[in-house]
Design a protein. Structure first.
Length: 169
């Protein structure tokens, strides 16, 4: 007669989360830890990454669990084309000393390609656990609180609304 398997008892490391659960838990933690004005965000997840944006999906915050290079990246990505990326890299570069003062010296600003750049911090790759969920969500909360007001200054939302109104009059 077959015996029932207790998956918790047979799992080698019961505290480990799947990426899906890890990303879900980070999103929930962010909705609780961010100021109310920053809780209305959109989330997309993939096999290795979590993306969060405020109405501009190509300029988003990202968590990338990069097992190949053995790090977890937490950062703000600029993927909105060459002109936008250049403008944002220049904007944040002019403020990098203040940003590092707020977020720590391990935060880096980097251009990857002509149309892709990021402001980020690397965490050593490790099992996805509840403790890591807390660490990553706290880090991303700090980044959003510091960087989103700057991003809104660099890319005002009313610019798009002004352009629409100008074409309607």
């Amino acid at each position: 007669m077959p015996t029932a398997i207790n998956r918790t008892a047979t799992r080698q490391q019961p505290n480990h989360l799947t990426r899906r659960d890890f990303f879900h838990d980070v999103a929930e933690a962010l909705r609780q830890s961010l100021p109310e004005t920053l809780r209305d965000f959109q989330v997309w997840t993939g096999a290795e990454n979590f993306k969060l944006s405020y109405g501009r999906p190509r300029v988003h915050y990202e968590i990338w669990t990069n097992g190949r290079d053995r790090h977890i990246e937490v950062g703000l990505h600029f993927e909105d084309g060459p002109e936008s990326t250049e403008r944002l890299l220049r904007f944040f570069d002019a403020r990098i000393v203040e940003i590092k003062h707020e977020l720590g010296p391990t935060v880096e600003l980097e251009r990857w390609t002509n149309s892709w750049g990021h402001l980020f911090r690397l965490i050593p790759y490790q099992p996805l656990t509840d403790d890591l969920t807390a660490e990553v969500s706290q880090e991303l909360t700090r980044m959003i609180c510091v960087l989103q007001p700057l991003l809104d200054e660099a890319m005002p939302r009313r610019r798009a609304n002004s352009a629409i109104l100008a074409t309607q009059t």
